[in-house]
Ligand binder design. Structure first.
Ligand code: PNS
Length: 164
């Protein structure tokens, strides 16, 4: 049983995240999408909203035999991964600029928990510039975000800001 954790803020989930999950499904029997509870950040969507949105949009992806589960966690990722009996952490790398930070995290996580492997995956080129942060910025400034996030995310963002 190969179980991976795909951790992140997912505020909001983008098509790039979904692309990584779909690719991860080819490698793992189960992927737990772990939403980080970060009390220091003021999120756009609450943990509950992100949980609900993720659960809904995951229904539309090709998952084959892979089981997908949405969860949230606090504290150290490695502790959460061990508690979930996961073998690996999945992270998406879009560009070289992501690599430095991701390498640092992967090596720190390895030091903390040598039994866990970090697996880096590349999303489709179409999503190589898509990030939750940019999606929020473009949306808040009135730009179009269609195609970058699932339609449900766009709809929920509009509802939340009364732009629907
Ligand atoms: O989507 P993000 O914000 O890039 O995800 C970052 C995340 C959640 C993977 C990272 O911040 C994390 O693992 N946080 C949990 C706390 C932790 O374990 N910190 C040490 C990392 S080496």
């Amino acid at each position: 049983m190969r179980r991976a954790i795909y951790p992140g803020s997912f505020d909001p989930v983008t098509n790039g995240h979904l692309d990584i999950i779909e690719r991860g499904c080819k490698l793992f029997d189960e992927i737990i999408i772990g939403i980080l509870v970060n009390p220091e950040k003021q999120p756009f969507f609450s943990i509950e909203e992100r949980h609900e949105i993720l659960t809904e949009v995951l229904k539309d992806i090709t998952q084959g035999q892979c089981k997908l589960r949405v969860d949230s966690f606090r504290g150290l990722l490695v502790n959460y991964a061990v508690a979930q009996q996961a073998n690996a952490i999945v992270r998406g790398i879009r560009a070289i600029s992501d690599y430095e930070y991701e390498l640092q995290m992967a090596l720190m996580n390895r030091r903390l928990e040598p039994t866990l492997e970090t697996v880096f995956m590349m999303p489709a080129e179409t999503y190589s510039y898509v990030s939750s942060r940019l999606v929020k910025e473009v949306f808040q400034l009135g730009g179009a975000i269609g195609g970058l996030v699932p339609p449900l995310v766009e709809q929920r963002m509009k509802e939340k800001t009364n732009k629907a």
